[in-house]
Each structure stands twice: as structure tokens, then as C-alpha cells.
Design a binder for this molecule. Structure first.
Ligand code: GDP
Ligand code: GDP
Length: 466
């Protein structure tokens, strides 16, 4: 059972900065203006070996001092309700203010365990403010700097102290813990003119390719996947092999696998190894709807792996990562955590990509891998109605309108999904030439979050209206 942490405090103490630090990306927008309204956000977070959900309440934290209770908005209270633990954030540089006291009362009344986080502790003169923190009656302040990433080991220890080790670290997970929920960063707003991928036809087999560097285990994986099914369906049934693909069935779903065997023979020429496998990878990618990138977990994320991942995104395919040879990993928990972090950092274009540890040799993890393939395929085919999209857009515009450029506001009139496979959206705007990339990214991130478009490329194009 995982748990939820709500980040609470008055405006401008650094809640969003802490949220981003824990989530590992710039999801929420950080703004210097106090009280800038933002959406409440929930996201998977990681603090060293702790994994939990975190809720950012930035933008919801309007205290109303005219009422006796100093009530916060319903949004903040809801966050408190959903939380198992509260990070109550103060600004050590500014010291404790009356607003802090109001918020502290509400946090305390929630009855949830609270950790008092004294942020901006790196700033000159922060010690005084941190000491004032004791007055709030929320226990010992944990000094951190969300902006500079300082003090986080102490925050980790505080979580363990508050929840107990078993709860904080999670139940002993199976060694082959799937990365189902691996958070990843990035988005792709490039190349809206990329070649159209054929429309979805559920009667046709789902096309899959397995790519990766030589020796990553592609052939072994393909054989394991197809061989397993052969056992279930009998030696004769369901498998046909032509020059480029193999058809088989998994969980009642027809599949067609690009046959990578040809690549291996060519790859014998050592000098050309790298070039060849990228080119062959491209053929496989163009064939497929879902592409499994096989990484050798003992030597993951070499340059070529990243080139291949990049190709998949540019071609608009649905990617899934298999961390293969997991049977050789001696410290699965730790390695998993490290690989998760690396994936986040290195593949920012496909936020939320599914990455599954497997052993092609022993067969472990293959079911999880196929589940990830199915789920990613579904996301890749997602279609969101224009009504839902525009209701979402209205909310976004109300809470965080686009910035003014040279004193004139940009207007966003309308959003519609023009394409699936991968999802592509058209945004009707005024002054498309001046439209800031950062705001576009914000919108794409919002779309991803709201409609759960995880792990596949997302395209967004601007259309000028007046
Ligand atoms: P929120 O309104 O509570 O979400 O606060 P933000 O995360 O938007 O941060 C408010 C301001 O404080 C921004 O200008 C941040 O750059 C700044 N800030 C956040 N964390 C730190 C920190 O650790 N040290 C310093 N010096 N500034 C910080
Ligand atoms: P390809 O070049 O990507 O097709 O890689 P192969 O499937 O030929 O595998 C390369 C080598 O890695 C072979 O010696 C396989 O036996 C070995 N291998 C493949 N998968 C695994 C695995 O899950 N665990 C271990 N220990 N070895 C594996």
C-alpha cells in the first residue's frame, strides 16, 4: 500500500518547488508572484528509497482571515483529507507569519501526522526563522532547500520516523517489482507533420517490434514471448513466420511481431555494428505500433539505446522499456531505483513510459511486459471528446491564463484532438507566432495529467484564429 503526502503552507514558501523536487520534473509552474493560482496536482514522487504520491496545494492556499476559523479553500482541505502525511512548509528566510499560524492550525486539526519543513534554509539568516518554526507546535523543523536540493536525507528520515519504517518503505515488494508506475518526464511537440500511422483496426493484429543493441537479448525475448504462447496453444497452432514477421496470440489478442533475426547476422561486421542496428531498428519501428526497447540491465542506457528511443518518439510509436537480464542483478531494489531515476533523466520525451524488469532467459516479468504493451497501445489510441477537452481548457484558462506578450493577452479559443496514434491536438490561438513554448509545455503536461496520456508521444500544433 502506498501513501499520500500533501504539501501544505501559505503562498510562496516553496511548495511547488518542493513538489517538483520530489516529482523530479518541472510539473507545477513556479512563480515569483505570491498567490498565483494553480491547479492542485497529484503525482508519483520519490525521496531516495521512498515512493509515494504527493499532492501540491499551491494555488489553493487562500486563507480567509475574516472568518474565525481561517478556513482554507475546499481544495486544500480535500488534499488534507486524502493525505496520510503532511509536509507543512514554512519559509525560514521570512520567519513565521500569522498566515503560517492559520495554516498550521488547520494542518494540526486534520489529525494527520505533520512534518514541519523549514524551506529556504540555505538563505542568509535562515536560522532565526527556522527556530521560530518551533512555535507552531508541529515538532522539530526539518531544514531543507527545495531549490538547491539540500536537507533531503533528513526529510527522508523524518518520513520514516513519522510513519514507521515498514509503512514508509512499503511492504516487501516482489524482487521483480514492475515499473508500472514509473514517472517519466518530457513531451514531444515537434514534427506535427510526421507520417500518418494507419488508423486503428481492432480486427488486425497489433504490430510489435523488439529493438535494442546487439546482445541486449532481443532474440531470446522474442522466442520467450512467442514460445510461451506456443506452449499454451499447442505446437502447431497460431504461429506463422514470413520473412519479416511472426504472428501469434497473447491473452486472446492477435499480435504480429517484427522478426529481428535478420539483424543479428548483419551485426557480425563489428565496425558497422552501431550504424546497422540503428538502421534496422528504424525498419522495425516503422513496422510497429508498439516498440519494446530491450536494454541490458547490466549495461543500460548506452548512447545507442537513447538513439533508438529517440527514433521511436520521432516516428510517433508507442514505446515500452524492458530491462532485460534482471536475473543477473544482485541488488534488484536498488538497481530498480537507479534505473527509474536514469529513465526519468534520459528520456524526457515520453513522460510516464512503462519500463518493466524482465528476464528473457527465465521468463520472469514477461506477463508484466505484455500488460505494459497492451496498456501503452491503448493510450496511444486514446481519443478524447472535444467537449471534455474544452471543459478542461476552460478550467486551465481560469486558473492559469496564458501570459501577456507586449501588454496584449494571448487568447486560446478552442482545442480539439485531430489525430490518434499518437494523440495529436490542435489549439486555436491568436498570435501563434508569439505563443510561448513554456506555456505550450504547461498545457501538454496538463493534458497528460488530466487524461492519463502517459508514456506515449503527444503532439500539439497551433492554429491561428482571430
Ligand atoms: P509556493 O507558492 O509555496 O508553491 O512557492 P513556490 O514553489 O512557487 O516558490 C516561491 C518562491 O520561493 C520562488 O521564487 C522560488 O524560487 C523560491 N524558493 C523555493 N524554494 C526555495 C529555496 O529552497 N531557497 C530559496 N532561496 N528560494 C526558494
Ligand atoms: P540479441 O543480439 O539482442 O538478439 O541478443 P540475444 O537474444 O542473442 O542474447 C544475447 C546474449 O544474452 C545471449 O548469450 C543470451 O543467452 C543472453 N541473454 C538474453 N537474455 C538474457 C537474460 O534474461 N538473462 C541472461 N542472464 N542472459 C540473457
Amino acid at each position: 500500500m502506498s501513501y499520500t503526502v500533501a504539501i501544505v503552507g501559505r503562498p510562496n514558501v516553496g511548495k511547488s518547488t518542493l513538489f517538483n523536487r520530489l516529482v523530479g520534473k518541472r510539473l507545477a509552474l513556479v512563480d515569483d508572484t505570491p498567490g498565483v493560482t494553480r491547479d492542485r496536482r497529484r503525482h508519483e514522487a520519490k525521496l531516495y528509497d521512498l515512493y509515494f504520491d504527493v499532492i501540491d496545494t499551491a494555488g489553493l492556499e487562500v486563507a480567509d482571515r475574516s472568518s474565525l476559523a481561517g478556513r482554507m479553500t475546499a481544495g486544500t482541505e480535500k488534499a488534507l483529507e486524502e493525505a496520510d502525511l503532511i509536509f507543512f512548509v514554512i519559509d525560514s528566510k521570512a520567519g513565521v507569519t500569522p498566515d503560517d499560524r492559520t495554516f498550521a492550525d488547520v494542518a494540526r486539526r486534520s489529525g494527520k501526522p505533520v512534518i514541519l519543513v523549514a524551506n529556504k534554509a540555505e538563505a542568509r539568516g535562515a536560522e532565526g526563522g527556522m527556530l521560530e518554526g518551533w512555535e507552531l507546535g508541529l515538532g522539530e523543523p526539518v531544514p531543507i532547500s527545495a531549490e538547491h536540493g539540500l536537507g533531503l536525507p533528513d526529510l527522508r528520515d523524518a518520513v520514516i520516523a513519522a510513519l514507521g519504517e515498514e509503512r514508509a518503505l512499503g511492504e516487501d515488494e516482489e524482487e521483480l517489482d514492475p515499473l508500472d508506475d514509473a514517472p517519466l518526464i518530457g513531451e514531444d511537440i515537434a514534427d506535427p507533420d510526421a507520417e500518418e500511422i494507419p488508423a486503428y483496426d481492432p480486427t488486425k493484429p497489433m504490430r510489435i517490434a523488439v529493438i535494442g543493441r546487439p546482445n541486449a537479448g532481443k532474440s531470446t525475448l522474442i522466442n520467450a514471448l512467442i514460445g510461451e504462447e506456443r506452449l499454451l496453444t499447442g505446437p502447431e497452432a497460431g504461429i506463422t513466420r514470413d520473412s519479416i514477421s511472426v504472428e501469434w496470440e497473447y491473452a486472446g489478442r492477435k499480435l504480429k511481431m517484427f522478426d529481428t533475426a535478420g539483424m543479428r547476422r548483419k551485426a557480425k561486421v563489428q565496425e558497422k555494428l552501431e550504424v546497422l542496428s540503428v538502421q534496422d531498428g528504424l525498419r522495425a519501428i516503422r513496422f510497429a505500433e508498439v516498440v519494446i526497447i530491450v536494454l541490458d540491465a547490466t549495461i543500460p542506457f548506452e548512447k545507442q539505446d537513447l538513439q533508438l528511443a529517440d527514433l521511436i518518439v520521432r516516428e510517433g510509436r508507442a514505446p515500452v522499456i524492458a530491462f532485460n537480464k534482471w536475473d543477473l542483478i544482485e541488488t534488484p531494489q536498488q538497481t530498480l531505483a537507479e534505473l527509474r531515476e536514469k529513465t526519468e533523466r534520459l528520456l524526457p520525451q515520453v513522460r510516464g513510459i512503462q519500463a518493466v524488469p524482465v528476464s528473457a532467459e527465465t521468463g520472469r516479468g514477461l506477463d508484466k511486459l505484455m500488460q505494459a504493451v497492451m496498456a501503452t497501445h491503448e493510450t496511444w489510441n486514446i481519443r478524447i471528446s472535444t467537449g471534455r477537452l474544452n471543459r478542461w481548457l476552460e478550467g486551465v484558462l481560469a486558473h492559469h491564463p496564458p501570459p501577456a506578450i507586449a501588454g496584449r493577452r494571448l487568447k486560446i479559443k478552442y482545442i480539439t484532438q485531430a489525430k490518434t496514434r499518437p494523440p495529436g491536438f490542435v489549439l486555436s490561438v491568436t498570435r501563434s507566432d508569439a505563443f510561448p513554448q513554456s506555456y505550450l509545455r504547461y498545457l501538454i503536461n496538463g493534458l497528460r495529467e488530466t487524461f492519463s496520456i502517459r508514456g506515449v508521444p503527444v503532439r500539439m500544433v497551433l492554429r491561428e484564429t482571430d
